[in-house]
Ligand binder design. Structure first.
Ligand code: TMP
Length: 205
């Protein structure tokens, strides 16, 4: 692949979407060919799957169905934009990717990690991020930063969100060269300065 693939991960209310947007603006200001995507979503079919996944009325959704729907949304986004854009040399900044499924459905719901990894290879065609920035925040603090109207995943118990956070931290220990952890503990400009160091190092800026 000629392009670069950067993902942003973290629990609810970690501010990762704001940081992903700031990075995208920063790279545009440097005249770099950048595209900002989010998961689940990014393309029409995947945005439709997102609605199903986050709808609080879908109370009966099983963990297997949930895992497969996240993977289905991902497979479509990879095929429609990620793979072609990376092939043509663009930089993709993606708000969440496969690590989210490992953390939320694997560590959070208890779906077998090996199974998620295998499904992941199928859905992503083996494409993996060059750099992942993980925004770490205490679930209590993060959840208090999300709006009052919680979606299907945000509404889960505090214990669930602790499992997700610990899952992410485990993943960062497993893949230290790829996953860089930033503690969410200051103003967004200060956090962006830390993010920028990793982005500049990856892209040689
Ligand atoms: P967002 O709030 O960051 O836009 O993400 C949507 C929600 O979906 C969030 O609660 C995390 C969850 N999610 C998973 O559970 N598994 C996944 O694979 C992805 C991409 C997101």
């Amino acid at each position: 692949m000629k392009g670069k693939f950067i993902t942003f991960e973290g629990a609810e209310g970690s501010g990762k979407s704001t940081q992903a947007a700031l990075v995208s603006e920063y790279l545009k200001s440097k005249k770099m060919p950048v595209m900002l995507l989010r998961e689940p979503g990014g393309v029409k079919i995947s945005e439709n799957i997102r609605k199903l996944l986050l709808d609080v009325n879908n109370t009966g959704m099983g963990d297997e169905c949930e895992t497969l729907l996240y993977m289905a949304a991902r497979a479509q986004m990879v095929k429609e934009v990620l793979e072609p854009q990376l092939k043509s040399g663009n930089i993709i900044v993606c708000d969440r990717f496969l690590d989210s499924t490992l953390a939320y459905q694997g560590y959070g719901n208890g779906i077998d990690i090996k199974t998620i990894e295998q499904l992941g290879v199928f859905a992503t065609k083996g494409l993996a991020p060059d750099l992942t920035i993980l925004f770490d925040i205490q679930p209590e603090k993060g959840l208090s930063r999300t709006g009052l109207k919680k979606d299907r995943i945000e509404s889960r118990s505090l214990e669930y969100h602790h499992r997700v956070r610990n899952g992410y931290l485990d993943l960062s220990k497993k893949y230290p060269a790829r996953i860089k952890v930033i503690e969410v503990d200051g103003p967004q400009e200060e956090i962006f300065k830390k993010v920028k160091l990793y982005i500049d190092a990856l892209l040689g800026l």
